[in-house]
Design a protein around this ligand. Structure first.
Ligand SMILES: Cc1cc2nc3c(=O)[nH]c(=O)nc-3n(C[C@H](O)[C@H](O)[C@H](O)COP(=O)(O)O)c2cc1C
Length: 305
């Protein structure tokens, strides 16, 4: 019997729980010749802002033990160009689910970008990246301060004409508290984790490996911490949780689902194998078959303590 891999959250049904993560899958169209996009649960496009952004100066990527540092600086073509140049191509594809990741530096930036994206057709939901410094609050990250998180989610929820997934930063003291705040402010689902603030130094030159000095750590190195955070977040909310952080195999997906995730995102794995997302989805089907899991959604939160 073919296992049923379908999962549902925020009124959306996915054919399987594997979603390509924002920032590692461009705008989806660029992967068209590499990945059978219709075999994925869905994909999240690179973070979009109200205006185009050029990002940080290089070097902005560095490989670490079992992980990667990046400080791309949220380079993107902007919400309007996404609507005009990318979305029509995505809309022409059959059987794909597209999520738009959105970020800003002020509440008004988020408002503006969301209102613009509301005009486009073919976006299943918004994923709100709250890991940027809020320029109106002295540079503190929206997602690391309970008050600014509440403010930005409440604002966006008022304007969003699509379901809202709030993507949480792991750089906080209590992930459970932040997850709960996102839920109370109107999130339809939460996703976590974004990257961990980290750094590396070239001891020969005594210079930082990344021009911006600090950067975000992702990949297998962060998996056990991400898993713990998904577990804690899912215990403190009733809305669905989308888990990510270092996932590179079907077994990793099962682990995140047992910890409480309804679906997962796969990011850095696409850097060493551009077909990773599709392979993980196929392996997941085999894994369920071999382990007599008829419906994958039964795994969510099924860890036995
Ligand atoms: C190069 C790069 C760019 C990223 N850009 C974004 C982004 O634009 N918006 C966002 O919410 N997350 C972004 N992320 C974070 C990933 O979506 C994901 O949360 C994180 O990398 C952890 O998952 P992973 O270990 O599977 O990569 C980026 C990650 C990487 C490696």
């Amino acid at each position: 019997m073919t296992p049923d891999l379908r999962v549902r959250f925020a009124g959306i049904e996915l054919k399987n729980p594997v979603i390509a993560a924002s920032g590692t899958f461009a705008y989806g169209v660029e992967f068209e010749d590499v990945v059978h996009l219709e075999r994925l649960g869905g994909f999240v496009v690179k973070g979009l802002s109200r205006e185009p952004m050029t990002g940080n100066p290089p070097p902005r990527l560095y490989e670490t033990a079992a992980g990667m540092l990046n400080s791309i600086g949220l380079q993107n073509i902007g919400a309007r160009a996404f609507l005009e140049e990318k979305l029509p191509k995505l809309r022409a594809m059959k059987n794909v689910v597209v999520f738009a990741n959105v970020f800003g530096y002020t509440r008004e930036d988020y408002e503006y970008a969301i209102q613009m994206l509301n005009q486009g057709e073919g976006i299943a939901a918004y994923e709100l990246n709250v890991s940027c410094p809020n320029t109106q609050h002295g540079g503190i990250q929206f997602g690391s301060d309970p008050r600014t998180l509440d403010e930005v989610v409440t604002t966006v929820k008022r304007f969003a004409e699509r379901p809202l997934i709030v993507k949480l930063s792991p750089n906080v003291t209590s992930i459970g508290q932040m997850a709960h705040i996102a839920q109370e402010a109107g999130a339809d689902a939460i996703s976590l984790v974004n990257t961990f603030i980290a750094m590396s130094i070239d001891i020969k030159t005594r210079k930082p490996r990344i021009a911006n000095v600090t950067a975000g750590l992702s990949g297998p190195a962060i998996k056990p911490i991400a898993l713990r955070m998904v577990y804690e977040a899912s215990k403190s909310v009733q809305i669905p949780v989308i888990g990510m952080g270092g996932i590179s195999t079907a077994e990793d997906v099962v682990e995140f689902m047992l910890a409480g995730a309804t679906a997962v995102e796969v990011g850095t794995a696409s850097y060493w194998d551009p077909r990773a997302t599709e392979k993980i989805a196929a392996d997941l089907s085999r894994w369920c078959e071999e382990h007599d899991v008829a419906r994958i959604e039964e795994l969510t939160g099924a860890m036995q303590v």
